[in-house]
Write a protein that binds this ligand. Structure first.
Ligand SMILES: CC(C)(COP(=O)(O)OP(=O)(O)OC[C@H]1O[C@@H](n2cnc3c(N)ncnc32)[C@H](O)[C@@H]1OP(=O)(O)O)[C@@H](O)C(=O)NCCC(=O)NCCS
Length: 189
C-alpha cells in the first residue's frame, strides 16, 4: 500500500468553506427599489475575508477582485447566500471563489446573482505578507477550480502587460483618427 502523503502545513478546502446568508432589508435598496451593488460587494468581501483568514490562520487583506458581473437584480425581501471556498493557494496569497444566489422566500425561486474570485493576502504581525498553508484537493471539482484559478492568474498577467503598453499619440490629429466612429465631438481649442 502506498504511504499517505505528509499533510502537515496543509489544510483541506472543507476546513475554510464559509456561507453567509443575509436578508435584504429596505435600507439596502437603490432608487429603483433593487438592492445596491455595493451591499453585495461588501458581503462578498466579508465572506472572502472569513474564508481566507480561516485558511491562513492569519489576518488577510483583499488584493484584487476578478470581475463582478451582476447577472440578475436582487429584490428587497430576498435571502442572499454567499458560498465561499479556497480555490487556489500561492505562497502568501490565495484565491477565494464566491458564488452568490438570491432566494425569493415566498416562491423559493433561486437566482444565480454572480460568481467572483477574490485574491486575498495573509499578513503577519508586522503587516508583511505571511506564508499560508498549502491546500489539500480531495475531488475533481477542487482540482478543476485550482487549475482554472491558475490559468486566470496567467491571463490576468498577460492582460496587465498589454494594458501597460497602451500609448496615446501626442498629436491631436492622430488621436482624432482613433476617435473615428465614437460618439464624441472633439473641440480642439
Ligand atoms: C496586496 C498587498 C498585500 C501586496 O503587497 P506586496 O508587498 O506588493 O506583496 P508581494 O509583491 O510580496 O505580493 C504578495 C502576494 O500577493 C500577490 N499580489 C500582490 N498584488 C496582487 C494583486 N493586485 N492581485 C493579485 N495578487 C496580488 C502576489 O502575487 C503575491 O502572491 P504569492 O505570495 O502567493 O506569490 C499590498 O499591496 C497591500 O497591502 N495592499 C492593500 C490591501 C488592502 O488594504 N485591501 C483592502 C482594500 S482598501
Amino acid at each position: 500500500m502506498a504511504a499517505s502523503p505528509d499533510t502537515s502545513g496543509f489544510k483541506t478546502v472543507h476546513f475554510s468553506e464559509t456561507t453567509i446568508t443575509e436578508l435584504m432589508i429596505p435600507s439596502y435598496s437603490n432608487f429603483g427599489g433593487k438592492i445596491h451593488g455595493g451591499i453585495l460587494l461588501s458581503l462578498m468581501d466579508k465572506v472572502a475575508y472569513v474564508c481566507a483568514a480561516k485558511h491562513a490562520g492569519n489576518y488577510c487583506v483583499t488584493a484584487s477582485i476578478d470581475t463582478v458581473d451582476f447577472l440578475q437584480p436582487v429584490e428587497v425581501g430576498d435571502l442572499v447566500s454567499l458560498m465561499a471556498s479556497v480555490n487556489y493557494v500561492g505562497n502568501t496569497s490565495l484565491v477565494v471563489g464566491i458564488r452568490v444566489v438570491s432566494e425569493n422566500i415566498k416562491t423559493n425561486v433561486i437566482n444565480h446573482t454572480n460568481t467572483s474570485y477574490f485574491t486575498m493576502v495573509a499578513k503577519d504581525e508586522n503587516n508583511k505578507p505571511a506564508q499560508i498553508p498549502g491546500l489539500i484537493l480531495e475531488n475533481r471539482d477542487h482540482v478543476r477550480r485550482f487549475i482554472e484559478a491558475k490559468r486566470r492568474k496567467e491571463i490576468k498577467q498577460n492582460y496587465k502587460n498589454e494594458v501597460n503598453q497602451i500609448a496615446v499619440p501626442e498629436g491631436i490629429s492622430e488621436c482624432e483618427q482613433l476617435l473615428t466612429g465614437e460618439r464624441v465631438i472633439l473641440i480642439n481649442n
